[in-house]
Design a binder for this molecule. Structure first.
Ligand SMILES: *Cc1c(COP(=O)(O)O)cnc(C)c1O
Length: 394
């Protein structure tokens, strides 16, 4: 490793809080799905900054959107009207049929807003006490105290007590587990259609439809967390659109602004008026540069791109299903989970793949691939060659 990269690593260890166990690489730059570290080594990017670099690196439309807005004004606050924000909100509503949007800076904040919306909706209509939210075991909804409380994994429920009450956890893909938790105190059900951080676990279509029915029958707020699955990732603009359901609140973040911090909460007709003046807010939410960046991304998520995402996803499945050590593939589109046999570990494969020039992610015991949506067939096949070679050597 060269001197500059070494200095960066040392300064990181000295001055940055120890919350991240980083891999031993320092990325300097990139282009498309090709990343280059400070030693000049190239990697195929199957991580896209954890699903954020929707159109990869050095995407000229994204760069134009960001620099044009930076040349006008970088921030105004939410005290005044803001053109990029309104353009983006209109686009999101037109593409989804949702009625209104609130902008946040992250996925966790988007889910905080969804939780507040669910409780306020119920308070307005039914008064105090109807405030329980049913989430799923193995879910992941964020790192704030409320979203950690909504996360169905015990490892996240340590040290920071007291957590926020009112969250119940049902078993994924188990209709009766949902039914058993619904009572007069329930106000919402919240789920990810594919549980990303849990290892890329798909929910069944029949389960998602059952949740919709339970929400309709009991006037519950149906929240779909599309922070990871949204913005084209699964081959649909938002993953719920595949199932013919109509959530009341959709949260998203990660890929929406091509690598800038941005979250969005979409409200249906049922919830569009729930949050009123002074009941929610954000200094940076909907920042003009982030909103311009997001417009440049969302406006390009069309049928052609979604077909490309599905096609690239199929190539991954076709090639990896025959690869050594691979037991099972999960996910959809360009969100792929890889389960291995017991003779290898995901972390070891991830590190060796990096040595071989392809950057992957892990999720629980699995490997996870989230390449840029715009990845070319050539880039994809090169990355798969390197990953398959890694598996053969392991
Ligand atoms: C990443 C993620 C979050 C948290 O998003 P942040 O931007 O890190 O706050 C929430 N929900 C899901 C499903 C995620 O994948």
């Amino acid at each position: 490793m060269n001197k500059k990269a070494e200095l960066i690593e040392n300064n990181d260890k000295t001055y940055i809080a120890n919350t991240y166990k980083r891999f031993d690489i320092v990325i300097e730059k990139g282009e498309g799905a090709n990343l280059i570290d400070f030693d000049g080594k190239s990697y195929v990017d199957f991580s896209s900054g954890i699903g954020t670099l929707s159109f990869g690196v050095k995407d000229s439309e994204w760069i134009n959107a960001v620099t044009q807005q930076a040349n006008l004004i970088q921030h105004t606050s939410n005290l005044y009207y803001n053109e990029p924000q309104t353009k983006l909100a209109k686009l999101l509503c037109e593409k989804t049929g949702m009625k209104k949007v609130f902008f946040s800076n992250s996925g966790a904040e988007a889910n905080e807003c969804a939780i507040k919306t669910a409780r306020k909706y119920s308070f307005d209509k039914y008064g105090e006490g109807r405030n329980e939210i049913i989430c799923l075991e193995n879910s992941f909804h964020g790192r704030t105290i409320a979203t950690l409380s909504a996360t169905g994994q015990d490892v996240f429920h340590q040290y920071f007590m007291p957590f926020v009450g009112g969250f119940k956890f049902a078993k994924a893909n188990d209709n009766s587990s949902i039914d058993a938790l619904v009572n007069e105190k329930t106000c919402a059900i919240m789920l990810e259609t594919i549980q990303g951080e849990a290892g890329v676990n798909n929910l069944d279509a029949s389960f998602i439809k059952h949740v919709q029915e339970v929400c309709d029958k009991n006037d519950l707020v149906f929240i779909v967390d599309e922070v990871q699955t949204g913005n084209g990732r699964t081959g649909y603009l938002y993953s719920y659109m595949e199932y013919g359901v109509h959530p009341d609140v959709v949260t998203t973040a990660k890929g929406i602004a091509g690598g800038l911090p941005m979250g969005a909460i979409l409200f249906s007709e049922k919830t569009e008026k729930t949050l009123g003046y002074g009941e929610h807010g954000s200094t940076f939410g909907g920042n003009p540069i982030c909103a311009s960046a997001a417009y440049s991304i969302v406006s390009r998520i069309d049928d052609k791109l979604l077909a490309h995402v599905k096609e690239m996803g199929n190539i991954i499945v076709e090639r990896l299903s025959k690869a050594k050590h691979v037991k099972k593939l999960t996910g959809k589109g360009l969100m792929v989970g890889i389960q291995f046999d017991d003779t290898v570990t995901n972390l070891d494969i991830c590190k060796k793949a990096m040595d071989n020039g392809v950057i992957c992610l892990t999720a629980k015991k699995n490997l996870r691939l989230l390449p840029p949506l715009s990845i070319t067939k050539e880039e994809l096949n090169l990355g798969l060659d390197r990953l398959i070679k890694t598996l053969e050597e392991a």
